[in-house]
Design a protein around this ligand. Structure first.
Ligand code: PLP
Length: 448
């Protein structure tokens, strides 16, 4: 097998990685960045603009990570940078209410009219953690239903069979989660309403909430089957439990009102609670929980469920989020859809030309590649099928793309993120890198 990792080792990133490993566990502050599943040296990035990122060795890549989602307008969008600079010039953090927080909340509510109140936090993890606490607080119940392959951040109760980095590292969950906490989480196969019905039939009066990614993208992109999310809302309601729709990844990315705007709003149903992150902060740390006034006002200071944050609603971060949402009009979403359609078709054509069995699954402008004949013939509807793909084809594909100047997510279980700044020049560069990457994927040997 060709050793792509050694061939392309960049001197400055190699040096920085060695130094980082002496100071940070694994040299990183979030596990997937360490290139564990693809091998080689993570590129240390020093700047980014539009669809491009530049590493410490001065190499420029077309970026399909986009900060794992937030950069829908492209990197360093002038309007967002300007808003951040203006906000920063007025002070970095006050620990008091600011007008910008209300404006951002109003923008969220305008886009998602199914919600009436918003609480701003700093990370998606905080948002899902708070949503779970709120659900437990209002129902007086302890159990949470989650789905295998869905990732909701590193909340203790939600790490079991999680996607994203947990899947990338092939971990069943996380050490350090108490047995008592794990016992309060029921993990079910995704897209399996019968399993949800059965769990509720057995323990429905103890279940506080079902939490689901609105359209999962942390086990690769595995969209809900028609009626699945509406079924969750119906079953939860029938048993007095809440439905938490986690839109940290999809929210304001797949459309102006996130996945709910494409599905629930059209079908006429809504979850009880939404969680948002990523795009809502435009690249700075903002996330949110949203829902009806009755539910949300159970949070402190009005209600008994405590939640707080020194930097919650930070003025610089909310300025970035607001500027991003305000700039993300219909033309941005149309462009994102167009880029995703063209790119996924080009990837598929390149893989087919080399005889690599694969399936590309899309959810709006999110997509990912699943390798192997099973994925190709049957599609991927759940985590078991995602894990059963030919994972080993991803690392050589990834490294060949990197050598061709394209920065892909360094995990087969992550979605590819496009931006509205991905113009034809950037797309052409990706397309030119594809044939050699497809050849590398075709030549990959299964692990012995
Ligand atoms: N929920 C989903 C669906 C996510 O994709 C993520 C992060 O990727 C999170 C929650 C956690 O967000 P954060 O990394 O900001 O804590």
């Amino acid at each position: 097998m060709i050793d792509f990792t050694a061939a392309s080792a960049p001197a400055r990133s190699t040096e920085l990685f060695a130094r980082a490993r002496a100071a940070l566990p694994g040299g990183v502050n979030s596990p997937v960045r360490a290139y564990g599943s693809v091998g080689g040296t993570p590129r240390f990035l020093v700047s980014a603009r539009g669809p491009y990122v530049t590493d410490a060795d001065g190499r420029e890549y077309v970026d399909l990570v986009c900060s794992w989602g937030p950069a829908i307008l492209g990197h360093a969008h002038p309007g967002v940078v300007d808003a951040v600079q203006r906000a920063a010039a007025k002070g970095l953090s006050f620990g008091a209410p600011t007008p910008g927080e209300t404006e951002l909340a109003e923008e969220i509510l305008r886009r998602v009219p199914a919600a009436e109140r918003v609480r701003l936090v700093s990370t998606g993890t905080e948002a899902t953690m708070t949503a779970v606490r709120l659900a437990r607080g209002v129902t007086g119940r302890d159990l949470i239903v989650k789905f295998a392959g869905c990732y909701h951040g590193h909340v203790d109760a939600l790490l079991a069979q999680a996607g994203s980095g947990v899947a990338t590292l092939a971990l069943p969950g996380s050490a350090g989660v108490t047995a008592a906490t794990a016992a309060e989480t029921i993990v079910l196969p995704y897209n399996d309403l019968a399993a949800v019905e059965a769990a509720f039939a057995e323990r429905g009066d103890q279940i506080a909430a079902v939490i689901t990614e609105a359209s999962p993208a942390n086990m690769g992109v595995v969209p809900p089957l028609p009626g699945f999310n509406a079924g969750l809302a119906r079953i939860a309601r029938a048993h007095g439990a809440l439905l938490i729709q986690d839109e940290v990844l999809t929210g304001f990315r797949v459309g102006p009102a996130g996945w709910w705007g494409l599905e629930g709003a059209v079908e006429g149903w809504a979850p009880d609670l939404f969680t948002f992150g990523k795009v809502v902060g435009g690249g700075l740390p903002v996330a949110a929980i949203a829902g009806s006034a009755v539910l949300m006002e159970q949070l402190a200071p009005l209600g008994p469920i405590y939640q707080a944050g020194t930097l919650s609603g930070n003025p610089v971060a909310t300025a970035a989020g607001l500027a991003t949402l305000r700039a993300a009009g219909p033309e941005v979403y149309a462009r994102l859809d167009d880029v995703a359609a063209r790119l996924s078709a080009a990837v598929s054509a390149a893989l087919s030309a080399e005889g690599v069995a694969h399936r590309i699954q899309r959810a709006g402008n999110l997509f990912s590649v699943f390798f192997g004949p099973d994925a190709s013939s049957a599609g991927v509807r759940d985590f078991a099928a995602a894990q059963a793909q030919e994972v080993y084809r991803h690392a050589p594909f990834f490294h060949a793309m990197l050598a061709g100047g394209v920065n892909l997510p360094p995990s087969v279980f992550e979605a590819w993120f496009v931006s509205a700044a991905h113009d034809d020049t950037a797309l052409d560069r990706i397309v030119s890198a594809l044939p050699s990457a497809a050849r590398a994927a075709a030549a990959a040997d299964p692990p012995t």
